[in-house]
Design a protein around this ligand. Structure first.
Ligand code: NOJ
Length: 717
């Protein structure tokens, strides 16, 4: 027996043992207790909910503070409350089944890391995995077992408030980053991740939250389902369904997508959880008569866990008794929840009777937070001004964030910036007092006077986290009111101007790029925003992020993404002179997916294919390119591989990201970067909903971003 067969057999035996233990529990549970396992209650408290927990009427708990809670007090440490609830479940309920606890640990818990869009901008799966592993360790120390992350909805829509929670606008990037987050969150083998919001939520009509959406089979299978498939393949423990409807069928009642596709076709064995009150909302959406009917429809569709609506708890027993829900469906849902609890280690021998580890004094992982923040920052323009030279003279730092401790943390945070060093303090710590002037952002006129007295101004502008997140959509997405006027005034002084933009969406930055000598997009970088920014401005760290979606030219229309399909009628070479334009507005991206400068430069040459023919059966072609560091500092470059299928069964994207490699090169050094091209990279779902690879010509493009690259033709067949 080989080692891998032996370990497969061991895993197989462990799985059988686990299912046998679940069988035994299922046989012992009453219908009411089974239903209790499917009820996820919010803010469980050992005093208020003692009776429910002891009666086995609740199986899980969520502590949610919302994406944008700006309450005075941060969410209290959870460990004590969780341990007390757990003790009741274990010691006072009939079968002693422990509770499962989840929360939205999205970008760190005690170490606030960059928002997901920033993490995606790192294009660094290893770093992202490490970030998620840290977040999971911090969450576990609080007694939590599950996070409601990663969000793998695909959107390039700057108006949608939740775009900052996504991993960008491209299926391959989202799939790889999403899988890296799943691996990271689940790296201790116990803590679980939840991929959300199944499926297509990033396409909501008019970019307003929780709306309806129209989606055809191509967008569904070739774009939006892909990252969920990747998450399932990465072993993700749970999937959350979205609060939207897909072509008039609310996701919480979408049997074809949940029970048939996700569970049966894909073989997903984890838990499908509802979103907040998603089952209850079936009544408001007008497809269920009442909560009883909503519970029936959601159960039939395959939703296992009812987040807070109470519809299952109050109506499932009677639905089962009446034969409106078959017992096997209830048992299957309970089995999934119990499986998650077993995998979380809740039944392990020797587990703390309270079920929660003693709360650790978890300190922030400062180094990780700084590395992640610098890696997420995207340098959009640099007319030889950054990093700021030591002999530049007096630096003036201004803007609303410079003395604000919480504004750069992002949404879904567990702190309010108490131990956070502000950008002003961080820069002051590295400069002599006479080298720095700070304007705190209150008076624009004072900032202009200070700028006049300084040699260079760094303006830190952008959106506060409260402008992003759930139900924070905008009809147009420009800088917040007044900021562009300030930048215009500053630029009119004729002195060097560096603009640092904090944002949770791809804002319209065209006017800023025109006014400034350098533009750095930092998203919301997290707890170490200030010190990291100071390091980056002064050149002690380099910004190495790349855009995870295109930036729009105007705030009225999103930028066309790379996954945009080819259109039939073209008049000119540029997309702005072809059909599909607006008469008075631009549609081309200002900067495309993958764009990002750093403190050195790179040149590409000599694209080579190992052969011009790629056999359909197990063929491999190596595509390679020479990359040289042409600047004066060591640097990191993200070499990107894009593909174009020239003739297919359906209209294919103009360009699809297939792969990327990050390299580090010293000045003057070069290296050859090679990608393996296999036929499966060209697979897609065709008009008959079959997986398919077409023989024929394809283009292979390698470059530093989606707009720039050399291309070579390959024959598949
Ligand atoms: C609603 C949001 O849509 C979802 O993303 C989140 O996980 C839940 N609320 C729980 O807080």
């Amino acid at each position: 027996m080989t080692t891998s067969t032996r370990s497969q057999t061991r895993r197989g035996t462990a799985d059988i043992e686990l299912e046998t233990r679940i069988d035994a529990l299922l046989a012992a549970l009453t219908v009411e207790e089974k239903v209790g396992q499917l009820h996820l209650a919010f803010d469980l408290d050992p005093e208020d909910h003692r009776e429910e927990i002891a009666a086995g009427l609740v199986g899980a708990g969520i502590y949610s503070h919302g994406a944008n809670d700006v309450r005075e007090t941060p969410p209290a440490p959870l460990a004590g409350t969780i341990a007390a609830c757990q003790r009741i479940a274990r010691e006072e309920s009939r079968l002693g089944i422990p509770l499962l606890f989840g929360s939205d640990v999205v970008h760190g818990m005690r170490t606030t890391l960059p928002i997901p869009l920033g993490l995606a901008a790192t294009w660094d799966t290893e770093l992202v995995r490490e970030a998620a592993a840290r977040a999971a360790a911090e969450a576990s120390a609080e007694g939590l077992h599950l996070t409601f992350a990663p969000m793998v909805d695909i959107s390039a829509e700057h108006r949608w408030g939740r775009i900052g929670e996504t991993l960008g606008g491209e299926p391959q990037l989202t799939s790889r980053m999403g899988a890296a987050l799943v691996h990271g969150f689940q790296s201790d083998g116990r803590f679980g991740a939840t991929a959300k919001h199944f499926v297509g939520y990033g396409l909501v009509d008019a970019d307003r939250d929780q709306q309806t959406l129209s989606i055809g089979p191509n967008a569904l299978h070739n774009v939006h389902l892909r990252p969920f498939r990747a998450a399932v393949e990465a072993g993700c423990r749970a999937i959350m369904v979205g609060l939207h409807d897909v072509d008039a069928i609310p996701m919480h009642a979408h049997r074809r997508l949940i029970r048939d596709l996700l569970k049966r076709e894909w073989g997903f064995t984890g838990v499908v959880t509802s979103d907040w009150d998603g089952i209850g909302q079936l009544v408001d959406q007008g497809i269920a008569e009442d909560l009883r009917d909503a519970a029936r429809q959601a159960m039939l569709a395959g939703v296992d866990l009812d987040m807070v609506s109470g519809a299952y708890r109050d109506h499932l027993p009677e639905l089962v008794a009446a034969g409106d829900v078959e017992l096997w469906m209830l048992d299957d849902a309970v089995r999934r929840v119990l499986r998650l609890k077993f995998r979380a280690g809740l039944f392990d021998a020797g587990a703390d009777p309270a079920g929660a580890p003693a709360p650790l004094p978890v300190r922030r992982d400062t180094m990780l937070a700084r590395r992640a923040a610098a890696a997420s920052m995207v340098l959009l323009k640099n007319a030889d001004i950054l990093p700021l030279h030591s002999n530049l003279g007096v630096i003036h730092l201004c803007g609303p964030f410079v003395e604000d401790a919480g504004g750069l943390l992002g949404s879904w945070v567990y702190e309010h910036g108490e131990d956070t060093v502000t950008p002003a303090d961080a820069l002051a710590a590295q400069l002599d007092p006479d080298e720095l002037i700070i304007s705190d952002g209150r008076f624009a006129d004072l900032a202009v006077r200070h700028a006049d007295a300084a040699d260079v101004t760094v303006a830190l502008v952008g959106e506060h986290p409260s402008r992003s997140g759930e139900d924070r959509c905008l009809p147009t997405a420009e800088l917040p009111v007044g900021q562009l006027e300030l930048l215009r005034e500053l630029a009119s002084l004729g002195k060097p101007l560096v603009v640092v933009v904090a944002a949770a969406r791809p804002l319209e930055l065209r006017p800023v790029l025109q006014l400034a000598d350098a533009v750095l997009l930092i998203w919301h970088p997290g707890a170490e925003a200030g010190p990291t920014l100071a390091d980056v401005l002064l050149g002690h760290a380099a910004p190495t992020g790349r855009l995870p979606m295109s930036l729009p030219q105007t705030n009225r229309t999103p930028a066309l993404g790379t996954i945009e399909r080819t259109i039939g009628r073209r008049l000119g070479r540029s997309r702005d002179t072809s059909f599909g334009r607006y008469l008075n507005s631009l549609v081309n991206p200002e900067l495309t997916l993958g764009f990002g400068l750093t403190y050195t430069s790179f040149a590409y040459s000599d694209l080579e294919l190992s052969r011009a023919h790629l056999p359909m059966r197990a063929g491999v072609v190596r595509a390679s390119v020479e990359v040289v560091n042409t600047g004066f500092r060591p640097g990191r470059e993200v070499v990107q591989l894009y593909l174009r299928d020239l003739v297919a069964d359906i209209v294919r994207p103009q360009l699809e990201l297939a792969d990327w490699r990050a390299i580090e090169l010293d000045p003057g050094r070069s290296t050859r970067v090679t990608f393996k091209i296999t036929p499966d990279l060209f697979a897609y779902t065709d008009r008959e909903l079959r997986r398919r690879i077409d023989p024929g010509a394809v283009d292979v493009i390698i470059g530093p971003n989606a707009a720039l690259g050399s291309s070579a033709r390959l024959l598949l067949g």
